[in-house]
Ligand binder design. Structure first.
Ligand code: MTE
Ligand code: MO
Length: 406
């Protein structure tokens, strides 16, 4: 190896700072070599996540929760799933950050600094359920490509910020506006600056709802970088892909937004039911809007063992997209009979609702507890996998846990 190939002193210093120790034989390290300690960062430390979170992919980062990690009424950062389509932005400076409102249907293109957003518009706080459209994908057969989410790609944190409506109205909305589309600063995996990893949006009716926020705080603090610092669109009850992270521009469109991941089979399902594995033409695919009714048993953890004669107190959350959960039931006989759980009203629209029940088992043995929510339109969760679709979206089958009575 040639002399000039050896790592320079300056670089060694910054590597040592990152690793937190001197690289003892650093002078022998080849140029452009990335030490393993930096190559393979510990995602739990990097993103302050619980050790039981499951890493599905590290480029881009995709990490999911397990049901028992979602037991809190308001999800803490440590249990929030991470879903990225591109590379996490680096070197964000909140002081110089601006949000631009533009598009065919804006009256006047305008830019706002974060300070302007905070001082000019009223602050609102809501607990909002955000679930990835692909949550539950792992169960589809034939399998769907993409991250194999099981049950943990959902969270309900408390978000604070300004109403998107207030900002859009300040810039001015033309009569022909139909959709908004967000733009963010994360990089495409190819690092091609002309490509956006994702740019989605929603119809004006959703954009103008009270609860649709441009958030700058999560759970009362600055939003963690991985969840969209310094500014995030939050559209509760819709596929989480609408809730753009690291937002610096919102376009008011005179047509359905056509950014990456708005077209083809991305975040779309067949408008009519199809047979598993069937090919579906693009024009027969419909954009996912409100997410379907669903629930999760967050206590106990699946595999729990209790003593004969003891009562088991279960609890969890239920949500229903734009709707409310009106009924929550559980079954211990594989869905033959159902018993009602207690379910609380949501703290605000689009927040998940908490349920609980006390279960007495008839005798020793193996049981499964299944949970089923019904929404305000009377639609209940299916017991088994619902309609197959090419990308494996919208699996809202009943959550099940195993219990042994000894
Ligand atoms: N800028 C940007 N926003 C994004 C994404 C992304 O890759 N880039 N992923 C979307 C998808 S598909 C999901 S499921 C949610 C995940 O949000 P979370 O990582 O905060 O849980 O962010 C959405 N917003
Ligand atoms: Mo997603």
């Amino acid at each position: 190896m040639k002399r000039r190939d050896f790592v320079k002193k300056g670089t060694l210093g910054s590597i040592a700072a990152l690793i937190g120790a001197e690289v003892v034989f650093g002078s022998k390290m080849p140029a452009n070599y990335t030490p393993l300690a930096i190559q393979d960062p510990d995602p739990y430390k990097l993103f302050n996540k619980h050790k039981d979170m499951v890493v599905l992919n590290d480029r881009p980062w995709n990490i999911e929760a397990q049901a028992h990690l979602l037991d809190d009424k308001v999800t803490p950062n440590s249990s929030m799933f991470i879903r990225n389509n591109g590379l996490v932005p680096e070197g964000i400076d909140a002081k110089t950050w601006t949000l631009t409102i533009d598009g065919e249907s804006v009256k006047e293109k305008k830019a706002y600094t974060l300070d302007e957003l905070k001082s000019k518009f009223k602050k609102h706080t809501y607990q909002l359920t955000i679930e990835c459209g692909g949550n539950g994908r792992a169960e589809f057969d034939p399998p769907a490509k993409g991250n194999q989410w099981t049950v943990g790609a959902v969270h309900c944190a408390s978000w604070s910020g300004v109403r998107l409506r207030d900002v859009l109205e300040d810039a001015g909305i033309k009569n022909d506006a139909v959709y908004i589309g967000y733009h963010a600063v994360d990089q495409h995996l190819s690092r091609d600056p002309k490509k956006e990893p994702i740019s989605r949006g929603c119809p004006m009716s959703k954009a103008l709802q009270d609860e649709t926020l441009l958030a700058y705080e999560m759970n009362g603090k600055e939003i963690p970088l991985i969840h969209g610092y310094p500014l995030r669109l939050v559209a509760g009850g819709w596929p989480a892909s609408v809730s753009g992270k690291w937002i610096n521009r919102i376009s008011i469109r005179d047509k359905v937004h056509d950014g990456p991941k708005m077209t083809g089979s991305a975040y779309r399902v067949p408008c009519e039911t199809v047979a598993p594995g069937e090919k579906v033409k693009d024009e027969d695919m419909c954009i996912i809007e409100s997410m379907p009714v669903k629930s999760l048993i967050t206590y106990p953890k699946s595999g729990a063992i209790i003593n004969d004669g003891k009562t088991l107190n279960i609890r969890g959350h239920a949500w229903a997209g734009e709707l409310e959960v009106k009924k929550m039931e559980y079954s211990i006989d594989f869905g033959s009979t159902w018993t009602t759980c207690e379910v609380e009203p949501p703290v605000n629209r689009l927040a998940w609702q908490h349920f609980k029940a006390s279960i007495n088992f008839p005798k020793k043995g193996y049981y499964e507890v299944w949970a089923k929510a019904t929404d305000s339109n009377g639609v209940a969760q299916p017991m088994l996998l619902p309609g197959w679709n090419p990308k494996g979206y919208l699996n809202n089958a009943c959550h099940r846990i195993a219990v042994k009575v000894k």
